[in-house]
Design a protein. Structure first.
Length: 83
C-alpha cells in the first residue's frame, strides 16, 4: 500500500499501529489474507487450539493484524514528517 518515506520513530510506529488496530476493530478491511495470518501466527494458534484446528482458524486480534500489516508495508497510511 503506502511505502514509508523514511523509517519511523518508535512513537510514530506505535501511533500508526494503534490507529490501524482501531480501524480494524471498527470493521475496516484487512490487507493480509487469512493464509498469511495463519502462517505468521501458526505457533500461537497451535497452542490455543491444537494442531488439528490451527489450520482452520486465524488470529482475530486487531493489534497483531496491524503489526503484521506494518511489518509487510501493507498499511494504507503513513505519517508526514515535520521538517
Amino acid at each position: 500500500m503506502v511505502k514509508p518515506i523514511r523509517s519511523h520513530t518508535r512513537f510514530e510506529k506505535a501511533r500508526i499501529i494503534g490507529a490501524r488496530a482501531l480501524q480494524i476493530s471498527m470493521g475496516a478491511p484487512i490487507h493480509v489474507t487469512e493464509e498469511d495470518l495463519r502462517e505468521a501466527f501458526k505457533d500461537e494458534l497451535i497452542q490455543l487450539y491444537g494442531v488439528d484446528e490451527a489450520n482452520t482458524r486465524f488470529v482475530l486480534d486487531p493489534q497483531k493484524i496491524a503489526m503484521l500489516e506494518y511489518d509487510r508495508n501493507l498499511l494504507p497510511m503513513d505519517v508526514v514528517p515535520h521538517d
